[in-house]
Design a protein around this ligand. Structure first.
Ligand code: X8Z
Ligand code: ZN
Length: 601
């Protein structure tokens, strides 16, 4: 009897829902979205502010910040992953054809957020949050030491760029990898916890979860990245050969090694070799050294303002952490550059350790690209939940695009950083750029992407982390460890993103492809200049184009946005065209040298 009544009521209820007009259904969902958004924004802001403290003030033995961060992240997770919210969202999405496209996008974003924090497994989520906070503190609280003396990562990087004594280089390189040993257990733990949390909402693994943000499967993402490596391989093989001979000469080594020893390269991970070449007549490093760190950041802002972007808000300058800590500071800070959108609205900040050199000049432009992306999509047409890049690679591409533009000769001459009539060798300039942009691809699309795929999607055993890492380094980059590196080391974990930006590094590989597509379009269609020698400075039309890409945030489909703005699909063609002249040049320069990378990969 009781059952019957319940059934009867249910049927009436269903009938009512079925009859609900499209308008009133949309109004109901809208109310839910707005309520959710309000709470989400508050919790997100609280968590961001706590994270900010945890990343800008790391005090050894003091867990005050860590505890506050954990609590704030737990509160955010409890909300985004709440079973009630998930059920409501899923019920609404069952009738997605009755909703507006914007509503569907917001609901899907909520589900995506929920999948990382499902409160069906609350203990697991809490454990993961705790492990993530601890890992970050270990990474950035680490005291790097050379000969018993504490050194900053800026000092390590400078030594790897300039030191020519191989014994010294080895010392510095090894010191830079020590942090991995204290991060290994944490990474093993996070590997499990990250997989398990997303599995609770049906994703097979954390890598697949992160990739799904692009609307792609893991196989599709791997295939895209591998294709990219194959496409640039002929040029990379020339650069690798060139670098082996050039570095052997520089270090006075008679026998050129088959593979590049990791400590020979001017970067801790061998991801950027551009400092190997100093172009005569255009020594940007020497120019920038005359400037202050403040000048570097202000110059970035001047560039964006010249494109008709607004000045950075006063709060940016007041609240950002832009420069290295004083030597005697009793605490440490996150030494990797990042840009923050703390309240998903007006509170934007950068966390950097800028010193006046080329690398930070480029990085400052990169980070300000994120900031201006935040500012551009924080507009009334973009709901809080969709204040994100068209995809994550778009977000990475914008600032890198400006970084590339800000290094080209006409741009520097226009700013009086170089005399206008200065002669430079265009092939040397192109070589220097390739040692940045091309060299980056086997690292990002190959080593990092494959390693994280193995780690999450294939559950790489802890006893194979380092072996796998170095196999991938050799296969994709032609780089080998200077000495045997057993499993007590965890060289992958020395890379920031492995710890705190997991399973997303292909973002950068794709961003480089995109940035050459955008740059090519700007140079040819807007500026009518040679892509190799442009000057974006002061060109409002360039700003207009970039803002068109950024303004809609994630309210649009990224593939459609690409088609609508540049009429293309994602393609490495513009990047390959850009570097085409270099291939012939390097083949000549490498004549008679032994190639040690295979012809194809
Ligand atoms: O991590 C970054 C930015 C922060 S979003 C500085 N980049 C990658 C890296 O440093 O490994 C920029 C290019 C690659
Ligand atoms: Zn970035």
């Amino acid at each position: 009897m009781k059952k019957k009544v319940v059934f009867g009521l249910g049927a009436v209820f269903l009938l009512l829902v079925g009859c609900q007009s499209r308008e009133s259904f949309q109004a109901e969902v809208q109310q839910f979205i707005e309520g959710y958004t309000k709470q989400y924004q508050q919790l997100y802001y609280a968590a961001s502010k706590a994270e900010w403290k945890s990343n800008t003030r790391i005090v050894e033995g003091d867990s005050t910040n860590a505890i506050a961060t954990r609590q704030a992240n737990e509160a955010l997770a409890a909300f985004t992953g709440s079973a009630k919210n998930i059920a409501t969202i899923q019920a609404y999405l069952k009738k997605e054809n009755r909703l507006t496209a914007l509503q569907v996008k917001q609901l899907k974003k909520m589900l995506y957020l929920a999948a990382n924090n499902p409160q069906t497994v609350p203990e697991l989520v809490k454990e993961r949050i705790k492990a993530e906070t601890e890992q970050n503190e270990k990474l950035f609280g680490f005291d790097f030491k050379v000969d018993g003396r504490s050194v900053t990562t800026n000092e390590i990087d400078e030594a790897l760029r300039t030191e020519t004594d191989l014994k010294e280089r080895l010392k510095v390189w090894k010191a830079s990898k020590e942090v991995g040993t204290v991060l290994k257990d944490g990474l093993v733990n996070l590997q499990q916890l990250r997989n398990q949390t997303v599995q609770a909402l049906g994703y097979p693994d954390y890598f697949t979860y992160q990739v799904s943000d692009y609307g792609m499967s893991t196989e599709e993402m791997l295939e895209l990245n591998h294709r990219l490596v194959r496409e640039i391989w002929p040029l990379y093989r020339e650069l690798h050969t060139y670098a082996r001979y050039e570095l052997a000469r520089r270090y006075g080594v008679a026998e050129v090694p088959d593979m590049l020893p990791a400590h020979w390269l001017p970067n801790r991970w061998g991801q950027d070799w551009s400092s190997l070449v100093q172009v005569e007549g255009m020594n940007l490093d020497a120019i920038l050294r005359q400037k202050s760190a403040e000048w570097i950041v202000r110059q970035g802002e001047r560039f964006y303002k010249s494109l008709d972007f607004p000045p950075l808000p006063a709060s940016f300058w007041e609240l950002s952490s832009l420069y290295p800590l004083p030597k005697d500071a009793p605490y440490k800070k996150n030494n990797h550059a990042s840009a923050w959108h703390l309240d998903l609205d007006k509170d934007v900040r950068c966390l950097m350790s800028v010193v006046p050199n080329t690398e930070w000049y480029e990085t400052a432009h990169h980070e300000l690209g994120h900031i201006y992306y935040f500012i551009s999509y924080s507009n009334p047409d973009v709901p809080i939940l969709l204040r994100d890049g068209a995809n994550r690679a778009f977000h990475e591409a914008m600032g890198s695009l400006m970084g590339l533009a800000a290094m080209q000769k006409p741009f520097l001459a226009g700013l009086d950083l170089l005399p206008a009539n200065r002669q430079t060798d265009p092939m040397q300039l192109l070589l220097k750029e390739a040692l940045n942009y091309i060299v980056f691809i086997p690292w990002s699309a190959g080593v990092m992407t494959d390693f994280e795929y193995e780690l999450y999607a294939r559950n790489l055993p802890a006893a194979e982390f380092n072996r796998t890492w170095w196999e991938l380094k050799q296969k994709y980059q032609g780089i080998v460890a200077p000495e045997p590196r057993g499993e007590n080391y965890c060289d992958a974990a020395t890379k920031t993103h492995i710890n705190n930006d997991a399973a997303q590094y292909y973002d950068y590989a794709l961003s480089y492809v995109l940035l050459f597509q955008f740059h090519d379009h700007i140079a040819r269609e807007i500026l009518h200049q040679d892509p190799h020698a442009t000057n974006y400075y002061g060109q409002a039309a360039v700003g207009e184009f970039v803002r068109e890409l950024m303004y809609p945030g994630a309210t649009v489909d990224w593939r459609k946005l690409l088609k609508d703005t540049i009429g293309q699909e994602l393609s490495a063609r513009p990047m390959l065209n850009y570097f085409q002249p270099l291939l012939e040049y390097l083949k000549k320069a490498n004549q008679g040298r032994t190639y040690t990378l295979p012809e194809t990969i």
